[in-house]
Structure formats: C-alpha cells, structure tokens
Design a binder for this molecule. Structure first.
Ligand SMILES: *[C@@H]1O[C@H](CO)[C@@H](O)[C@H](O)[C@H]1NC(C)=O
Ligand SMILES: *[C@@H]1O[C@H](CO)[C@@H](O)[C@H](O)[C@H]1NC(C)=O
Ligand SMILES: *[C@@H]1O[C@H](CO)[C@@H](O)[C@H](O)[C@H]1NC(C)=O
Ligand SMILES: *[C@@H]1O[C@H](CO)[C@@H](O)[C@H](O)[C@H]1NC(C)=O
Ligand SMILES: *[C@@H]1O[C@H](CO)[C@@H](O)[C@H](O)[C@H]1NC(C)=O
Ligand SMILES: *[C@@H]1O[C@H](CO)[C@@H](O)[C@H](O)[C@H]1NC(C)=O
Ligand SMILES: [Cu+2]
Length: 391
C-alpha cells in the first residue's frame, strides 16, 4: 500500500518518529498547581536536570540500579491530592499508635513507635548535627521514617516536603497548617508567652516574636496527639518540666505551635535561591543555611523551624516530635540535592569538615549504621536503598 506523503508525516508526528535523533531529556512531569506557580527554586531544579542526567550517564549504575527514571518522587504537600494527604496522615497516626521498639526501662517517655524517632534525635543529637553529619544523617533519618510509614503502617506514597516559599506570606492559611483534616494540624491556641530569645542575633532577629498562637493545637488530625519526651532544649517558658533530668521520662502534654509569619519571611524563595546559587563550597552552603549571626541572618533552616515554633517544634533536641519536622528537613534535603546538581562532578561527594573514610552515621534503633560517604547521593546512595527525587 502506498500512502501520500502527508499521511506519513502525520503518522510520524503522532508517534514521535521523526527524522533525526530525538533528544529525550528527563523531566519531572510536574502537574501545574493553579495556586502555586513554579518558583525560582523549582525552575532552577528543572534547569539543572540535564546536567545531572549527563553526570549520571557516565556512572556505572549496575551496582545499585537506581536511575532518574526509576527513582520515586517525593512531592510538595500542596501538590498531593487531598486523599493522598489523608493517606499520609493516617500513616503518621498509625505510627503514633504502635508500641515503641526502644527499651522502655531506659526510656519510659517513648510511648510509641513515632517516639522512637524522636528519641533517636534526642539521644544522638550531637552525632546527628556534627559538621559533616548534618546533611547525610538527616537524609538517612528521613528515609528511615518514610520506610517505617510504608513498611509498618502501609503507606503507599513517599515523604512529602514543604516548599517554604510557597506559604511564607501566609503560613496559617496554607494546606500544611490551615487546621483542616487534610492539613498537618493548625496553629496553637493563643498563649501568653513573650517570645523566644535567639543567641548571637541582633534586632529584630534577637527574638522570635510571639505570633498569636503558642498554645495547644486544637484543630486537625493531630489535636489529640500526646507529646511525651522532653523538653530538653526548651523554648516556651511554661512547658512542664520532664520528670527525669535527661528528658527521657514520660511528660504527657499537648502539641503546641505558634505558626509564625515573621519567621517564615526569611524562607521566601529568593532566600533559598540565593543560598543555593551563591555558596559554591559545601562549608559555606551548610553554614549559610544554618544561619549567619555576623550578617544577622537566621538562614532558612532556623526560619523553617521557627515558623513552626512551640513545643516540641521549638526544642532543638525534640523537634521531630512535631510531625511537620519531616517536611521541613525534606526541603533541606531537597535543596542540598539542587545545590549538588549545579556541579555534580565536584559536589556529589563532598561534605563539610573532611571526615575520615570510615566515618559512620549511627541512628541507634532507627536504622542500621551506614558509611557517611554512602549517604551523599539520593540516586543510589545507602547501598542503592536511596532512590528518590524531589518533584
Ligand atoms: C559496573 O559495576 C558492576 C558491579 O559492581 C561490575 O560488575 C561491572 O564490571 C561494572 N562495569 C563497568 C563498565 O565498570
Ligand atoms: C483543607 O484544605 C485544603 C487546602 O487548602 C483543601 O484542598 C481541602 O479541600 C480542605 N478540606 C476541607 C475539608 O475543607
Ligand atoms: C494571659 O494573661 C492574662 C493576664 O495575665 C490572663 O488574664 C489570661 O488568662 C492569659 N491567657 C492565657 C491564654 O494564658
Ligand atoms: C480526639 O479525641 C476525641 C475524644 O476521644 C474524639 O472525639 C475525636 O474524634 C478525636 N479527634 C481526632 C482528630 O483524633
Ligand atoms: C527577598 O525578598 C525580600 C522581599 O522583596 C527582601 O526583603 C529580601 O531582602 C530578599 N532576600 C534576599 C536574600 O534577596
Ligand atoms: C554503629 O556505630 C557506632 C559508632 O561508630 C558504634 O558505636 C556502634 O557499635 C555501631 N553499631 C552497630 C550495630 O554496628
Ligand atoms: Cu535535627
């Protein structure tokens, strides 16, 4: 059968079989969100993918099998459908209802499997936050939590993240904090706390000003959540003291928050973009992210924690006790990846502080020990068990 030329052209256009090589770059295939157009960080991420893809193409993936194409997708909370958000919330509540695996005689304050994770962050706080470990240890920590949600509570999705900039102008009315049953819970009730001092910063950053909340969260799926461990660091002055001096005793109390616009203002997309693009070495990137008192700059890490505030969110040791912690550190993990993609040849294998080759990240009962050097890539790290991207 002979077809006229236009039929052949039409057919080839339909199937994509056109003359010459077809370049097929990897794409995130983000769905457009009518409420939140892509910001400059999202666009930067997209624009760096071809570079990262070219870098990965030179690597031998047969030892772990992870590629950009088969990596799972961690999504922004607001890009999940409402049923997907509800499924995630159910899994968190499930983890909070399971018995702990940590030894209860030693840590009577750990009342649930969820608390096991909080306890890890408390007992290993200095190990997890040491200069070389901060980024890789939190990467492992989030992954282990995601795995527990999936393996122990039947969750079928992946850990969502919080793109701070999306909600910075009005965090209380965001899908994350609006207090409805598909949010991560609302603001705290009004309380009389007078603000929280910060160390080393000048006005107006010398204090986290009260933002109208600070009391118990009374709306949303976590309104009945019991906080038990801690406080250890302590932020609000009227949180009952833990019965044990190490903070590992049982101290049942409500989840408190002060969803704070003032703090969120230093997490708009332009701050994150500047952090990622202006700090070429990893020491600088990590330091600026964590805050620079000399420049009176809180940095996005503190900015995000202080947007949640309260108890235990405001306590350095116990902050994972607020279930939004995982979203915040997901975003930290995401921007580390975006920072790496700018120059993958140089940045995929560096951490600050020059740790030894046998350095190990130890999460206690939360995960097996892993070489710190095997935690630096989300594509094939942790012996291939890391295989995810942020979309
Ligand atoms: C890739 O890695 C696998 C497994 O580690 C090894 O058997 C294979 O020889 C490597 N291939 C190349 C081209 O280096
Ligand atoms: C809760 O808030 C989200 C985000 O604004 C919205 O999509 C959802 O429909 C709300 N749910 C209810 C029950 O109002
Ligand atoms: C705040 O303090 C005022 C005056 O001391 C008191 O009347 C009020 O009950 C307090 N409110 C809360 C929520 O503690
Ligand atoms: C909280 O507990 C009360 C009393 O047991 C119950 O009626 C309510 O449904 C619970 N709400 C949530 C969101 O867990
Ligand atoms: C980000 O934008 C805000 C508002 O326009 C501005 O005040 C702030 O200085 C900017 N920050 C950076 C790091 O450019
Ligand atoms: C994990 O690493 C720590 C620190 O290096 C070590 O003390 C501990 O014994 C290791 N645990 C296991 C199970 O290997
Ligand atoms: Cu931490």
């Amino acid at each position: 059968m002979v077809f006229p030329t236009w039929v052949l052209l039409f057919f080839s256009a339909l199937t994509g079989v056109v003359a010459g090589p077809v370049k097929r770059g990897f794409s995130l295939e983000r769905k457009e969100n009518p409420f939140y157009p892509l910001d400059e960080v999202d666009k930067l991420e997209e624009s760096l993918l071809p570079r990262f893809e070219a870098y990965l193409a030179k690597k031998n993936v047969s030892s772990h099998g992870c590629t950009l194409e088969n990596a799972v997708k961690r999504m922004e909370w607001g890009d999940l459908t409402v049923p997907q958000r509800e499924e995630y919330i159910r899994a968190v509540l499930c983890l909070q209802s399971k018995p702990p695996k940590s030894p209860t005689d030693k840590y009577p304050g750990a009342l649930s499997r969820y608390d096991d994770f909080v306890l890890t962050h408390e007992t290993l706080a200095f190990h997890l936050h040491s200069t070389p470990h901060l980024l890789p240890a939190h990467r492992l920590y989030i992954w282990a939590y995601e795995k527990a949600l999936r393996d122990e509570c039947g969750y079928t999705g992946y850990q969502p993240y919080w793109n701070w900039g999306r909600y910075a102008a009005d965090p209380i009315n965001s899908p994350l904090f609006n207090g409805n049953m598909s949010s991560m819970g609302g603001n705290g009730k009004p309380s009389n706390y007078s603000g929280v001092m910060t160390m080393g910063f000048k006005k107006p950053y010398d204090v986290i000003p009260p933002a109208g909340g600070g009391g118990c969260v009374t709306e949303g799926p976590f309104k009945n959540m019991t906080i038990s461990l801690g406080p250890i660091g302590g932020v609000l002055n009227d949180v009952p003291k833990n019965p044990r001096s190490d903070g590992f005793g049982s101290n049942p109390r409500c989840l408190r928050r002060d969803v704070n616009k003032f703090s969120a203002a230093v997490t708009t997309a332009n701050y994150t973009y500047a952090l990622i693009t202006e700090n070429k070495d990893v020491e600088k990137f990590q330091a600026v992210m964590l805050g620079t008192p000399e420049k009176n700059d809180w940095g996005v890490h503190m900015g995000g924690h202080y947007t949640i505030g309260g108890d235990p969110g405001g306590d350095f040791f116990s902050s994972p006790g607020d279930p939004v912690f995982w979203f915040h550190h997901g975003m930290i993990d995401r921007i580390w990846w975006i920072w790496q993609m700018q120059d993958p040849e140089k940045r995929m294998n560096v951490v600050p502080g020059n740790p030894p080759l046998d350095d190990v990240v130890d999460l206690g009962w939360t995960a097996s020990n892993v070489s710190m050097w095997d935690l630096l890539t989300n594509i094939g790290g942790n012996a291939g068990k890391f295989c995810y991207i942020y979309v």
